[in-house]
Design a binder for this molecule. Structure first.
Ligand SMILES: Nc1ncnc2c1ncn2[C@@H]1O[C@H](COP(=O)(O)OP(=O)(O)OP(=O)(O)O)[C@@H](O)[C@H]1O
Ligand SMILES: [Mg+2]
Length: 334
């Protein structure tokens, strides 16, 4: 589990926003603003954060569906950030995506067989009879069975459609799958079936997952490590167990305290944030979280950036007087 599959360094995605008669770029939306992260072969890295913090943009940029503005994306040792279409072809086999809404990503005019044959045709794999066998095997593997092949995706339930989406993602035996909220639209009981399927496939095929969700409870079930994003930046990363036992960033604490508990009488210290998420179009200077943190600091301190520090092996936190409750003792010990 120690071999690095993916190493993202200081990745930035700034979308130009144009306006006026000549469509001049007037501003930038800093959707991803300096994210570093690495994935070991065979692990699941859970990525959480509020809506709009840049999770999907980060995932799509790693797949190169979005062009990075700056930074490096090392996949199996090669920096693919600047690869052109031709160079990306073999990488496309190895890096796949599963989306939240399979209905949008599955062509409604094609049968399931046509949808699942497509990756083999694009990559010139097998003749018609070999492809037929591969599709049948895929449908069995994701628990739908061969009889699903002749139907259309809209004839299935949400959970079954997600199984088709997963079958398509594993068709070419990839190494990395970016799962962008794959269970967010499903009922809780169906969620756990899909999570179980993903975990079985990981074990059988040695897959590595970047698993995006806004729900920490879902991420907790599936992740080895967890990263918390806030407004385009990673603010805390640690082992799954460690982050729940010892969250350090006030934002992580707020997300954990918002997870519903089954016992309504259980003691719960809810960490309340101030105000709304600021916009990545005009992010506040310095520490973006400072103005929302329950720890109040002066505007002068808020406008100074935090430091991203490894506080214990593998546990990284954005250190700033407004993000960490006992900042002074951390500052004194480092
Ligand atoms: N193509 C684009 N052009 C301009 N801005 C964009 C584009 N795509 C995303 N954004 C902006 O980038 C920011 C991050 O969006 P992103 O979809 O990555 O967030 P997210 O964390 O996945 O949110 P959600 O949980 O709602 O899926 C948002 O402010 C969004 O409006
Ligand atoms: Mg998203």
């Amino acid at each position: 589990m120690s071999e690095k599959l993916l190493d993202v360094k200081d990745l930035k995605v700034h979308f130009p926003l144009r306006s006026g008669l000549f469509s001049r770029t007037v501003k930038h939306c800093k959707a991803v603003d300096g994210v570093s992260l690495s994935l070991k072969k065979g692990e699941t890295f859970g990525l959480v954060g509020e809506s709009g913090c840049g999770k999907s943009t980060l995932g799509k940029t790693i797949c190169r569906l979005i062009q990075p503005t700056a930074g490096e994306i090392h996949f199996q040792g090669a920096n693919i950030a600047g690869y052109d279409r031709k160079q990306m072809r073999p990488i496309r086999r190895d890096v796949q995506m599963v989306f939240q809404d399979p209905a949008e990503s599955l062509n409604a005019r094609h049968t399931v067989r046509e949808i699942l044959e497509e990756p083999f045709i694009i990559h010139g794999i097998g003749d018609a009879s070999a492809r037929r066998k591969k599709v049948d095997a895929l449908l069995d593997r994701v628990g739908l069975g061969k009889q699903a092949a002749g139907k259309y995706s809209f004839e299935f339930s949400g959970g079954q459609r997600q199984r088709i989406g997963i079958a398509r993602a594993i068709a070419l035996e990839p190494k990395l799958i970016i799962c962008d909220e794959p269970v967010s639209a499903l009922d809780v009981s169906v969620q756990s079936q899909i999570l179980n399927l993903l975990m079985e496939l990981q074990k059988d095929m040695g897959l590595t997952y970047l698993f995006i969700a806004h729900d920490l409870a879902v991420v907790k079930v599936i992740s080895d490590r967890i990263g918390v994003m806030y407004l385009g930046k990673m603010v805390e990363v640690a082992d799954g167990a460690e982050i729940f036992k010892n969250p350090i960033h006030e934002y992580t604490k707020a997300l954990i305290s918002a997870i519903p508990v089954p016992n309504p009488r259980a003691e719960k210290n809810r960490v309340m944030l101030r105000g709304d998420v600021p916009s990545p179009i005009d992010p506040p200077p310095g520490c973006a979280f400072a103005r929302r943190s329950p720890i109040k600091v002066s505007e002068e301190i808020a406008s100074q950036p935090g430091d991203y520090v490894e506080v214990s092996p593998g546990h990284w936190v954005e250190m700033h007087p407004a993000t960490v409750a006992d900042y002074d003792s951390y500052a004194a010990s480092s």
